[in-house]
Design a binder for this molecule. Sequence first.
Ligand SMILES: Nc1ncnc2c1ncn2[C@@H]1O[C@H](COP(=O)(O)OP(=O)(O)OP(=O)(O)O)[C@@H](O)[C@H]1O
Ligand SMILES: [Mg+2]
Length: 263
Amino acid sequence: MARKIVITSGKGGVGKTTICANLGVNLSRLGFRVVMVDVDIGLNNLDVVMGLEKCIIFDLTDVVMGKCRVRQALIQHPEYPSLYILPSSHSFTKSSINGDHIKNIINNLDKMFDYILIDCPAGVDVGFHRAVYSANEAIIVVTPHLSSLRDADKVLGILNEYNLTSKSLVINRMRGDMLLSGDMMNIESIVRSMRIPLIGVIPEDDTVSSVSSVGYLLKTGESTRAFTLLSENIHNGTKKIYDCTYKYRGLIGYFKRGLKKLI
Ligand SMILES: Nc1ncnc2c1ncn2[C@@H]1O[C@H](COP(=O)(O)OP(=O)(O)OP(=O)(O)O)[C@@H](O)[C@H]1O
Ligand SMILES: [Mg+2]
């Protein structure tokens, strides 16, 4: 049976799709069969971030409408053969697809994969419920900003209505230089306010935004190590957290911090 993990946040643009894509790659590198299901219906970001937009023949809506079988809509990643994506659709009216449709699809994928990663849309309306309904675990993504934490807190309250076996926290876009200077909310306060276990901290990394804007996956950059640790934590149940501050410590780090302030 596959682990079915929904990646959610409440607030938009905090990095759900980025984290889903990088988790998919890292878990498949660890040897697992992974499928990422884009339930952000109407916006289809996951295939774009993965650089697979042009490979789409069928999508989630086609599966729901009975135009194809779920296997036919899966896109295999050319570089990571155990990684697949089930793309969302650009065009269909959202209300036509409900939680039971998604659940049927996920149940069909259950035996074929070790991990089913569900990329959830922003907000807490029907799209959110549709995505969470088939999951048995949730990753809540936040950034170190009050607005993100408030939204995530609301999401946590709603998630309590679902029968999830675990809810874990990932802090994205953490700035090591600002953490050291005290200009950013620290990790301990975020974890204390969210009251769920922390399984990853991903640094702010210019490489992430530059690769996602052209549709390629991250292979270098500060956050690659953080994504590897996050994937290992998810699989092994460990809690190894990436230290975003290490490159800003010591004399060289002091200059780096100064430089970062200037730009
Ligand atoms: N760690 C990071 N460092 C730098 N940029 C990042 C990081 N994580 C995400 N981004 C950038 O932030 C933007 C939003 O990311 P993403 O699309 O993954 O968010 P999302 O939560 O899925 O958004 P939505 O709610 O619209 O679905 C993208 O341009 C992405 O490249
Ligand atoms: Mg997204």
